[in-house]
Design a protein around this ligand. Structure first.
Ligand code: ATP
Ligand code: MG
Length: 335
């Protein structure tokens, strides 16, 4: 488990003084994945550097499994930092070392025997599905494979916290998914606390248990992913909900934007609401995803304009809220 309390980072003095992190407090339980999102310059990478103490925080504490890392002497800190593994964007591998040699790096620094290193490296590469690539150099690996090597290296010293700063940035969607799946698997198997920094909202949906949005160095909003997604007043929830690509409404139809509002929307609500209204509602677009066992997202429906607000009333019953475009698409030749 990792706990940050009143973490602050200030760069510069006097006129140059910039508060990059301002009183950040949050914790990530063992087995939990917290996604940290936020615009460029919000302070996400600075936060990562302060968490693993590559950069000393100006004030506040970083507590891992009960020990405050900010109060340790340089010697003790060197040991304690092993509890935090870090994965960076584009993996940050050493180009002149093979995959195996990259993974062995942290072990070599520790003075582990050659036999032990070889055994542990083989285990780690197997864990990330790269046994076959042990002797390959980074330039011979795909982006996803490089990230896997980076992850294996981050796990070499058996950390309890894994910190990932834009680890999936620049990867195509399929590769991103495979890295996300690997991280979730590792979280389950090793009971890791993972801090996953990203600017990709769709990746957050796939990986996070909870989300914090950093803005100008402060946490603007945070909460459990499922709670944010089902909270109509949450702006972070609104940003996270999948976007729809809508088809055009038919003539005489009014377009309704329907959002899942309740955790128990029946899966056959479209046919039930159609039955209630005595017309077939047509789906113009949909983007619904199951997150934490709950359907979230939205559907765009076309309904005969003459039904008016009866559509909204029919949907509320099933735990859905519906907003309509201001005007119906006119019947051909009538407008
Ligand atoms: N060493 C430094 N000295 C002074 N200012 C710094 C330093 N490092 C970062 N900053 C400033 O801190 C702010 C946050 O930077 P940071 O890299 O943490 O943002 P970020 O959220 O990771 O952005 P991005 O999404 O672009 O990676 C920026 O305004 C940056 O200029
Ligand atoms: Mg950054």
């Amino acid at each position: 488990m990792i706990e940050l309390t009143h973490l602050t980072k200030v760069y510069g003095h006097g006129d140059q003084r910039t508060v990059v992190l301002d009183d950040i407090t949050f914790s990530v339980e063992a087995g939990e994945i917290l996604a940290v999102v936020g615009p460029s310059g919000a302070g996400k990478s600075t936060l990562a550097q302060c968490i693993n103490l590559l950069t000393p925080p100006t004030s506040g504490s970083v507590v891992v499994n009960g020990d405050d890392l900010t109060t340790l002497s340089a010697n003790k800190l060197r040991v304690a930092r092993r509890r935090i593994g870090t994965v960076f964007q584009a993996a940050g591998l050493m180009e002149r070392r093979t995959a195996a040699e990259n993974v062995s790096l942290p072990l070599e620094y520790l003075g582990v025997t050659k036999t032990e290193v070889a055994k542990r490296v083989a285990e780690l590469l197997d864990r990330v599905g790269l046994s076959e690539r042990a002797g390959h150099y980074p330039f011979q690996l795909s982006g996803g494979q490089r990230q896997r090597v980076g992850i294996a290296r981050a796990l070499a010293l058996r950390p309890s916290v894994l910190l990932s700063d834009e680890a999936t940035a620049g990867l195509d969607p399929t590769t991103t998914d495979s890295v996300v799946d690997l991280l979730r698997e590792l979280r389950d198997d090793l009971n890791l606390s993972i801090v996953f920094i990203t600017h990709e909202m769709d990746t957050v949906l796939k990986i996070a248990d909870s989300v914090a949005r950093l803005d100008h160095g402060t946490i603007a909003e945070s909460g459990r992913l499922v709670d944010l997604l089902t909270d109509p007043s949450s702006s972070l929830g609104a940003e996270l909900r999948p976007r729809r690509e809508d088809a055009e409404a038919l003539a005489g139809q009014r377009v309704w934007h329907v959002v899942y509002d309740a955790p128990d929307v029946p899966s056959d609500w479209i046919s039930r609401a159609s039955q209630d209204l005595g017309v077939a509602l047509s789906v113009l677009g949909a983007s619904v995803q199951v997150v934490g066992g709950i359907s979230i997202g939205g559907v765009t429906l076309g309904a005969p304009a003459k039904l008016g607000d009866r559509v909204r009333d029919a949907l509320i019953r099933y735990g859905l809220s519906a907003e309509t475009d201001s005007s119906a698409r006119p019947l051909e030749g009538v407008a």
